[in-house]
Write a protein that binds this ligand. Structure first.
Ligand code: AQP
Length: 329
């Protein structure tokens, strides 16, 4: 029996190379070895106010993007989270086993509530409980995510263990998988922070950015006033961030990336990293994406049949959970 993977991405804007290196690229590499569910987590996206037309379009586009990145819909269950009610239902059950104190300690909640001070809603606070439900619903063994999600994954494990301690072996306790290179791709405008969709255009390179835009963004990347190309995240965050992107784009380790740029100038580093991203990531993905997006009926069919498949895997776990707490089925 293959083990199960669950992971997801929010359809908030177009995915960036951080989402790709931190998550999607690894999803692709794990798709043969595991039974994989990859979701477009639209219910998570609405914890921040979204433009409805944009959310709608971004959700459909994300499906094409997942496939353009190399996810095979015949091997993986690629679906839209809100198409399967099990997520919201299990979230409610698990919210009765999540403490306010633990949710209040989540770094993402603190960051996002600071950025959206006029809309600190219950959904934003409970986001990690919904994420826990997403994962536990499918008996997930492994969750491939970027570094920023590690804290949420620890909470998911705590909730699963807490529930199992009361009711017996209901949930599989998931493990987190983060890649050696690319687990936290840095912002180009503030390399002390992670690259993020919601921090402004200049900070991220979108997977669908045209080549000239990718080049321009890298040329403007914030570095330092020194001249040495050396991997030193503490003191040279910008240069180290660029070396990480290069290593992830070329599938080499950081030491090899650093050796390649010894004695070279910052300008050379920036354009070489940009070209590696264009050649190895954005251009090949865009070619496939532009083809897939022309056939919305095909995408809709995949979304529908995948949601049915997700339900067939999730429903038995949902029932087991309801039964455990004493709900009448
Ligand atoms: N900078 C990053 N480096 C590596 N991995 C990253 N991920 C996100 N940013 C980086 C990983 O991408 C997956 C999907 O993330 P998400 O869309 O669910 O939400 P997020 O983590 O909140 O991503 P953003 O870009 O920062 O979106 P906004 O700005 O909308 O909140 C996850 O596995 C994540 O770890």
């Amino acid at each position: 029996m293959k083990k199960t993977i669950f992971s997801g991405m929010q359809p908030t804007g177009v995915a960036h190379i951080g989402n790709y290196f931190g998550a999607i690229k690894n999803w692709v590499s794990l798709q043969d070895e595991y039974n994989c569910l990859y979701s477009i987590v639209d219910l998570h996206a609405i914890t921040i106010r979204q433009n409805p037309e944009e959310l709608y379009q971004n959700t459909l586009n994300a499906l094409a993007l997942y496939m353009a990145c190399g996810l095979d819909p015949d091997k993986n269950t690629i679906y839209i989270q809100s198409h399967y009610h099990g997520h919201a239902e299990l979230c409610w059950l698990l919210s009765c086993f999540t403490y306010m104190g633990e949710l209040g300690r989540m770094t993402q909640y603190k960051d996002k509530s600071a950025k959206n001070a006029d809309n600190i809603n219950l959904g934003l606070f409970a986001y990690p409980t919904l994420q826990t439900a997403d994962i536990l619903l499918f008996g997930t063994h492994l969750v491939p995510v970027g570094d920023d999600q590690k804290q949420h994954l620890e909470l998911a494990r705590d909730i699963a263990i807490r529930f199992n301690n009361i009711y017996g072996d209901v949930f599989t306790v998931p493990e987190v998988f983060t890649p050696k290179t690319g687990a936290r791709i840095k912002s180009l405008s503030d390399p002390t922070k992670k690259m993020s969709k919601s921090d402004g255009e200049a900070n991220y390179v979108g997977i669908l950015d045209p080549a000239d835009v990718v080049m321009k963004k890298f040329k403007r990347a914030v570095t330092d006033s020194d001249t040495e190309i050396r991997y030193d995240p503490e003191n040279k965050a910008g240069i180290s961030g660029l070396l990480e992107i290069y290593a992830a784009a070329c599938n080499v380790d950081i030491a090899a990336a650093q050796r390649e740029f010894e004695g070279k100038q910052y300008g050379h580093l920036k354009t070489t990293v940009a070209q590696a991203v264009i050649d190895n990531v954005t251009t090949p993905i865009q070619t496939k994406y532009n083809h897939l997006i022309k056939n919305p009926d095909h995408l809709a069919n995949i979304a529908k049949s995948s949601a049915e498949k997700a339900a067939s895997i999730g429903n038995p776990v949902l029932e087991k959970t309801k039964k455990a707490v004493g709900l009448v089925l």
